[in-house]
Design a binder for this molecule. Structure first.
Ligand code: TYM
Length: 334
């Protein structure tokens, strides 16, 4: 069976964009068709400073979020990256395959490092190489992500191709990005030109998965919009980024297309549409946040799930690393 891999950083503020663009889709891919492997990428999180207490809390909270959203830890393999050392070990090999120029072109590197690149961590620069290792250490072929990870997945393909060529093997698969649905890029509720993000200083810009019903309703009520009524056709959303965003969020929460939503709500003013959206969001999200809160009270259970997941992950990752070392010419066990 083909294998799915994806990851989320435990860097706090798991939000609606992560849920609709990634987590909800991870849930949809569980089934007999794929073996699903999902990871809390703590090694990626520390490429920018994380307070140790916050990292531990965010990792457990993210694990609770995965389970509350519908990931079954018996079916899927659910773990945190640092507990499967093969990720970092393969990343080192990939650091020697990938080129500096490839990393320099990454828009996430340019955005996150900002003007003072000399002061960014070396880990932040090598970030995409570790991401390629995350995927390829499982020979995963399908990677569900939001739109912002597209460039990193292209680099993953480039690394697999160059490794295979350099060593004259057909070992690492060429990965398919799975970027589908109406919510591959959920935008800020305050600014339709910026994506919803964990690090936005305005909490009103995003719906956190830990928000309660009142907070969700308030953020939607205050979301930026324009003064016009909603169109009945999708073309009518062009040049209306805030309106398009709210329609897309509605569609994704309700498992509809934007066209289907507009067929129902076209002609309505935001004064009528926003309460509908708030009601839907509360209906879909508050069971997740309350289950997360419950699970966070069961720390030992979470830690046990992560330990068990890491053990299962290693049974796949370890032989692939050994084979990689052998291909490269490293002498040792095996
Ligand atoms: P991260 O932690 O930033 O985000 C986790 C997932 O959420 C998606 N996402 C969004 N989708 C729609 N709208 C948004 N506003 C939005 N914001 C975030 C992201 O696209 C992602 O799918 N580098 C990755 C983590 C990672 C990974 C991997 C992913 C590490 N190794 C291997 C896949 C495979 C990241 O920083 O995601």
């Amino acid at each position: 069976t083909p294998r799915v891999f994806s990851g989320i950083q435990p860097s706090g503020n798991l939000h609606l964009g992560n849920y609709l663009g990634a987590l909800k889709r991870f849930v949809d891919m569980q089934g007999p068709e794929f073996q699903t492997v999902y990871c809390m990428v703590d090694l990626h999180a520390i490429t920018t400073w994380q307070d140790p207490k916050d990292l531990a809390h965010s990792t457990r909270e993210l694990c609770a979020g995965f389970i509350a959203a519908g990931i079954d830890p018996e079916h899927s393999i659910l773990f945190n990256q640092s507990q499967v050392p093969e990720h970092a070990q393969l990343a080192w090999v990939f650091n020697c395959v990938a080129r500096m120029g490839w990393m320099q072109r990454m828009t996430q590197w340019k955005d996150k490092a900002g003007k003072n690149q000399q002061n960014a961590s070396l880990g932040l620069f090598a970030y995409p190489s570790l991401m390629a290792a995350d995927i390829l250490i499982y020979h995963a072929t399908h990677v569900p992500v939001g739109d912002d990870q597209k460039q990193h997945l292209e680099l993953t393909r480039d690394i697999a191709i160059k490794f295979n060529n350099d060593f004259g093997v057909d070992f690492f698969p060429i990965t398919e990005p799975v970027i589908e649905g109406t919510a591959t890029r959920v935008m800020s509720l305050r600014d339709g030109s910026k994506k919803m993000s964990k690090s936005d200083t305005s909490d009103m810009s995003r719906i956190n998965m830990t928000d309660d019903a009142d907070a969700i309703a308030k953020k939607i009520r205050k979301a930026k919009t324009d003064p016009d009524a909603l169109p009945s056709e999708i073309d009518g959303l062009e040049d209306r980024p805030e309106a398009r965003n709210l329609v897309n969020i509605y569609a994704a929460l309700n498992d509809q297309t934007a066209e289907q939503v507009l067929a129902d709500v076209g002609g309505k003013q935001f004064g009528d549409f926003k309460p509908m959206l708030a009601e839907l969001a509360v209906e879909k999200l508050s069971p997740i946040s309350s289950e997360m809160a419950r699970l966070m009270g069961e720390e030992a259970e979470i830690d046990q799930i992560l330990a068990r997941g890491a053990e299962r992950a290693r049974t796949i990752a370890s032989p692939i690393l050994q084979k990689t070392y052998e291909i490269v010419g490293m002498v040792g066990a095996g």
